[in-house]
Write a protein that binds this ligand. Structure first.
Ligand SMILES: Nc1ncnc2c1ncn2[C@@H]1O[C@H](COP(=O)(O)OP(=O)(O)OP(=O)(O)O)[C@@H](O)[C@H]1O
Ligand SMILES: [Mg+2]
Length: 262
């Protein structure tokens, strides 16, 4: 196992003549909750799919969980957990049956499978709903089921692509409580969100815009990039101001600066 959970350089994805991701450098430490924020279409999901070993980079590379992105994509896919932005569940099946389906991809069977199903349902609070049909579940419970399915094989690193989209505030808070507890147990999370109050809970973040990382660091260091004399209105998360300034091209320091890794 390498020192960093994620260590990639120059990650690039070209779709025809369009460059969706344009030379992204990222270093994420084990045990971190790392936030990845940026406007719609800025390249977040595309970057995640490359980091998961699901999409081959056009250029650049590095390691995820110590495995080489180009040569060991299969080991990466087996080692990480991934909750995709448009995750799919079988609505006519129960919670347990859905998880059993996902477990197949990781060759979990028999007693081990039963133990893992019980463990992830316990940790995500799904135990009482194990035999409920997914069609009858509220959105927040479906998100938890998608998360639970991504945790079955005990991954050390989990990618969550907008895990709380469409979820109410209380459920979002519970979801983040869960991530915190798991991170405290040593798991690493790479998470995208459009909720800036949530993003503030991340240990470190990177902001992406038009396929390039334009700012990164902890919340305080990102806030320091707001224009001089900028006043954050009361009640507004400071990261929301950072996000707006980023989108309007007003962040200090300009784009393409060197990433600080701590
Ligand atoms: N397979 C593809 N072929 C062509 N273009 C694509 C493909 N996948 C993504 N794109 C384009 O690449 C850009 C980045 O898309 P991506 O899904 O990574 O953005 P995102 O930051 O995740 O956005 P959102 O916040 O809306 O989820 C978009 O302009 C998108 O239309
Ligand atoms: Mg996306």
């Amino acid at each position: 196992m390498g020192l960093a959970a994620i260590d990639v350089h120059g990650l690039t994805k070209q779709f025809g003549s369009f460059q969706a991701v344009a030379g992204v450098d990222l270093q994420v430490n084990y045990g971190e909750i790392f936030g990845f924020i940026g406007p719609n279409g800025s390249g977040k999901s595309t970057t995640i799919r490359m980091l998961c070993g699901l999409l081959r980079p056009t250029a650049g590379g590095g390691t995820v969980l110590g495995y080489d992105l180009e040569r060991e994509a299969e080991q990466i896919r087996q080692g990480i957990g991934y909750m995709s932005q448009r995750f799919s569940l079988y609505k006519e099946l129960t919670v347990r049956e859905n998880m059993q389906f996902y477990a197949g991809a990781y060759s979990l069977t028999g007693r081990t499978l039963q133990q893992r199903l019980d463990a992830v349902m316990e940790v995500t609070g799904l135990s009482a709903r194990a035999d409920q049909i997914v069609a009858d579940l509220a959105t927040g419970w479906r998100q938890r089921l998608a998360l639970a399915s991504a945790l079955l094989h005990e991954p050390l690193l989990v990618f969550l692509d907008e895990p709380t989209a469409g979820v109410d505030p209380l459920t979002r808070r519970d979801f983040w409580g869960l991530l915190y507890r798991m991170a405290a147990d040593g798991m690493t999370f790479f998470v995208t969100t459009h909720f800036m109050d949530e993003a503030e809970h991340c240990h470190r973040l990177a902001c992406i815009d038009q396929g390039r990382i334009v700012a990164s660091g902890d919340v305080a260091s990102l806030a320091a990039r707001l224009p001089d004399g900028h006043k954050v209105p009361p009640g507004v998360p400071v990261l929301e101001e950072v996000f707006v300034a980023l989108t309007e091209g007003r962040l200090k320091g300009g784009a393409g600066h060197k990433l600080d890794s701590h």
